[in-house]
Design a protein around this ligand. Structure first.
Ligand code: NAG
Ligand code: NAG
Ligand code: NAG
Ligand code: NAG
Ligand code: NAG
Ligand code: NAG
Ligand code: NAG
Ligand code: NAG
Ligand code: NAG
Ligand code: NAG
Length: 824
């Protein structure tokens, strides 16, 4: 680095030059201007950089690997002259010190997308020269201090996307120069100030995604002079950067936007005020608690509107027949859940629509003019959850997402869909379509990722030919009357993640080619006529990503598919971050698509409209499988449901089953399983549903605190079983074995205190339980820890007392009720 040799240098700008080395030490003290934006410079920023005596402008943004934190500034030193500090998109960390108030000359401070934490210092009030303050996308918390009274030069203030709470600081409302204010995506509460006479120049306002309440104040809607842009807008558009730029130029340079979405604002939408904004381009009031529109007719004043969203409020959108609304520039319309019963007529006048979201309304009919609209860039069309019974031809080749699920659509599937060469998501599920699936549905678009025709009345065999270019990830055909075997071309869909053909009349043998589909996560063949053994031959790591494996209610025979079970890698390790589990599906800036399927759990068929990526299930029930339950089952430690009921399984329950620590449902019923129930079963501490009935099990039912919650229905139909909860005693020969000292220490086995107690759910006074626990273990120090950790959990004491006590008390206190002995 030559920098340190340049001892006399005053201005240095290397912006966007690829430097890729550590930040230089000992910069020249003559520097007044240093710009190293986007130079890939890295390492730690030395503290003295902020205190160079002549430094005025320091611009270091866009260097992801540059670290550093604020030094403590010294107010008594003569410097700094520092006026501009730009460190956005760096790895700058730590708190903003109160001593920042010493930077008396600063007028530009940008730390967007750094890692700043802690509270905002109240000494911000001393930065009276500030024009721009951007601390968005950091980890700042606490209240925004009400310190803006003296910052009368402030033009742009962004504190969005932090964890800030508290009220809207009243002093912001007095900032007469403020043009842009962004407080979005925080946790702010309370009312917006009813009066903000100061904000005469405000043209750009984003308060969305907070918890503001009350009505929308009228000061928000004042005629703007100019327009500004928000990053948020970018997310609204797909297409390349140039498209976005052109759209911006076209719509936003002279416009205005208001985004108050995702708050708790109530009352009517003050159209009488909003309509004074003749230049309004972007209006998003979605996801509030708005009750109506005070003057619906006034909408007709907003001639420049390009984006309108009123979705998810309590309002009903009714356009009066004698008002002719016309939004010639409308590009994005979102009126989901707005009680609309007529297709919005005003769209006739919008020649440039790109995004139309009208889901969850009561629309019965699509007008005929709709199909001839020249919408060359329409890419999103969502009319799901309406009452449509027929579909008009769809001609817009730009369509990317087509969602008509949950309507009453009848007749055969429209062939016009096969002209939509760019379609990525096609969801026609839950309608009344009949007839065969058109052949072209497999190859009309190489972009197609989701094809969902679930729950219709489709018939015939699947003659669709999927092309080799297929991008298909989700194929949902369940709940129809489809016949024949799976299409031969399906192996072409190498990206396939979800294959659901359940609840049809299909037949054929197990599709062994599935072993080549590396991405497959969900395989549902349930309730069909598939037959034969389930085996796979040579394959490298087959089914590594499989999470939901449902072959139930078919005619499969042979042994359980050990070769598959031993490869289910994704079921073998528990996701450490369960709380951050995602839903399976496709995600993009414009629209998320979440996979939905139905699974039998806890004895009920449950429709999962979203599938957690941590849901792992195996359902092989109601087939003709025979042989033993393989030991490898014990490797699937992340498994939540195992149902092998209603087969002809024999042999013993493998003791490895006790390793399934995530298991919530275990159904082994109606088989020919014999032998004793392995004691390890009692370590299934997550178990909520257990059914081992109708087998040939014998011996004493193993018990543990957890297990007393299962009734005798879990065990009935096994003539050789005895002991609680069955009424049949085990007799003297196999009475409760005396507890070993080791046993008594260890009586909770793999349990933690938490699982024992929580296993009982809620109910009883903690104090009572505490006494009993102590008596049982004689280890008060464990108890103390338990109370600290679990003080808020309550304990269902009765179960404990009545059932478990009997099993775990110390031998000398043991008493047998059987054989007429009495307790001493
Ligand atoms: C930079 O200065 C050091 C001494 O401070 C000297 O050794 C070195 O040669 C100088 N480099 C150049 C390129 O002038
Ligand atoms: C940097 O400056 C410090 C004191 O200001 C001095 O001790 C050190 O030698 C200098 N380092 C270099 C590499 O010039
Ligand atoms: C805003 O300005 C007005 C008039 O200058 C003043 O009366 C009021 O106290 C100020 N409010 C705040 C919160 O600073
Ligand atoms: C709302 O804000 C939170 C962070 O505060 C963010 O994670 C979330 O994505 C935001 N939601 C929307 C709809 O912008
Ligand atoms: C929405 O407004 C109604 C009527 O004012 C009120 O009862 C309800 O609690 C509000 N809902 C929310 C989530 O604020
Ligand atoms: C789709 O497949 C059919 C039959 O294989 C073929 O005739 C047709 O040309 C294909 N269409 C496209 C768009 O590739
Ligand atoms: C297991 O499968 C059978 C038949 O497929 C079903 O009746 C039962 O409810 C399932 N068990 C559980 C616990 O879901
Ligand atoms: C699984 O269970 C068997 C038998 O109970 C036991 O020996 C083995 O250690 C367990 N394995 C793991 C990884 O817990
Ligand atoms: C257990 O399964 C049997 C048949 O396999 C069924 O009749 C019974 O209702 C099930 N019991 C419970 C508690 O789920
Ligand atoms: C199951 O328990 C009920 C009451 O809890 C009892 O009436 C019934 O006889 C028991 N059945 C068996 C087979 O133990």
């Amino acid at each position: 680095m030559l920098l340190k040799n340049l001892t006399q240098i005053s201005v240095l700008c290397l912006r966007a030059v690829n430097i890729s080395s550590n930040f230089p030490k000992n910069l020249s003290s003559s520097l007044t201007y240093l710009n190293l934006q986007g130079t890939h410079i890295r390492g730690r920023l030395p503290n003295d950089v902020f205190q160079l005596p002549k430094m005025q402008v320091l611009a270091l943004g866009g260097n992801n690997y540059l670290t550093g934190s604020f030094p403590k500034f010294n107010c008594s030193s003569k410097f700094p002259l520092l006026q501009q500090l730009e460190l956005s998109f760096t790895n700058f960390t730590g708190e903003i010190p109160e001593s920042i108030g010493c930077l008396k000359s600063i007028n530009f401070l940008n730390f967007q997308s750094c890692q700043l934490s802690g509270h905002l210092p109240s000494n911000l009030s001393k930065l009276v020269q500030l024009k721009t303050l951007d601390l968005s996308s950091n980890k700042l918390e606490g209240k925004i201090p009400d310190v803006f009274t003296n910052l009368q030069h402030l033009i742009y203030l962004s504190l969005s996307d932090n964890n800030l709470d508290g009220f809207f600081p009243p002093s912001i409302a007095n900032l007469t120069e403020l043009k842009g204010l962004d407080l979005g995506s925080n946790s702010m509460t309370g009312h917006l100030p009813s009066n903000a006479t100061g904000l005469q120049k405000l043209i750009f306002l984003l308060l969305s995604n907070n918890s503001f309440s009350g009505t929308i104040p009228s000061w928000l809607f004042r005629d703007p002079k100019l327009g500004l842009l928000s990053n948020n807008l970018w997310n609204r558009f797909t297409g390349g950067l140039m498209d976005a730029l052109q759209l911006m130029i076209k719509y936003f340079i002279k416009g205005q936007m208001i985004d108050l979405s995702f708050n708790k604002l109530d009352g009517p939408i003050p159209m009488s005020s909003i309509s004074t904004l003749q230049n309004l381009v972007f209006l998003d009031l979605s996801s509030n608690n708005l009750s109506g529109i005070d003057e619906p007719n006034m909408f007709s004043n907003l001639k420049k509107l390009a984006s309108l969203s009123l979705s998810n409020n309590r309002l009903t959108w009714r356009t009066d027949n004698n008002v002719s609304l016309s939004f010639p520039d409308l590009w994005d319309l979102r009126l989901s859940s707005c009680g609309i019963s007529e297709f919005p007529d005003f769209l006739k006048n919008s020649k440039d629509l790109g995004f139309l979201e009208l889901s969850n309304n009561n629309i019965h009919q699509i007008p005929s003019w709709f199909t001839s609209m020249p919408w060359y860039s329409l890419f999103y069309l969502n009319l799901s959850y309406n009452s449509l019974s027929s579909l008009v031809p769809l001609r817009w080749k730009s369509l990317n997402i087509l969602d008509f699920r949950f309507n009453q659509l009848q007749g055969s599937l429209p062939l016009s869909i096969c002209n939509l060469e760019e379609l990525g998501i096609l969801d026609l599920s839950n309608n009344k379509f009949t007839g065969a699936i058109p052949k072209c549905f497999g190859n009309f678009s190489s972009e197609l990722e989701v094809l969902d025709l679930t729950n219709n009345g489709l018939q015939g065999s699947i003659e669709v030919s999927f092309s080799r270019q297929s991008s298909l990830k989700h194929l949902g055909l369940s709940g129809n009357f489809l016949e024949g075997s799976l299409p031969e071309s399906l192996p072409n869909c190498e990206q396939l993640e979800v294959l659901d053909v359940g609840n049809n009349n299909m037949n054929g043998t197990f599709p062994t080619w599935l072993k080549n589909l590396k991405e497959i996560k969900v395989l549902i063949l349930k309730s069909n006529q598939f037959f034969g053994p389930v085996g796979i031959f040579k394959a490298k790591n087959p089914f590594m990503n499989l999470r939901i494996f449902d072959l139930s209610n078919n005619k499969f025979t042979g042994v359980l598919p050990t070769r598959i079970l031993e490869n289910l890698r994704s079921m073998m390790s528990r996701n450490k971050n369960e709380t951050e589990a995602l839903y399976m599906g496709l995600y993009s800036d414009n629209a998320d698509y979440q996979d939905s399927i139905s699974i039998t759990m806890k004895g009920l068929e449950i429709e999962f409209t979203r599938i957690l990526t941590t849901l792992n299930t195996i359902d092989l029930s109601s087939n003709n499988f025979s042989g033993k339950i393989p030991e490898v089952i014990g490797n699937l430690t992340a498994l939540k449901l195992l149902n092998v009921s209603h087969n002809r399984l024999s042999g013993h329950i493998p003791s490895t089953i006790g390793n399934l620590s995530s298991l919530e449902t275990l159904d082994l019923s109606s088989n020919q399983i014999e032998g004793e129930i392995p004691r390890q079963v009692t370590s299934l501490t997550s178990l909520e549903v257990l059914n081992q009935s109708q087998n040939r099990l014998v011996g004493r039912i193993p018990l543990s605190p957890q297990f007393t919650t299962f009734s005798n229905y879990s065990y009935q139909g096994n003539l050789g079983l005895c002991g609680f909860p069955l009424t049949k005693n085990c007799g003297e020969t196999d009475q409760v074995p005396p507890l070993q000292e080791e046993d008594s220490d260890n009586f909770l086995g793999g349990f933690t205190w938490k699982s024992v107690i929580v296993g009982y759910g809620c109910g009883i006074v903690l104090g009572v339980a505490v006494g009993t626990l102590m008596f049982l273990t004689g280890k008060p120090e464990q108890l103390v820890r338990f109370i600290e950790e679990e003080i808020y959990h309550c304990v269902r004491f009765l179960c404990w007392k009545n059932q478990v006590y009997r099993r775990f008390r110390k031998p000398k206190r043991r008493c047998h009720k059987n054989k007429g002995t009495t307790c001493n």
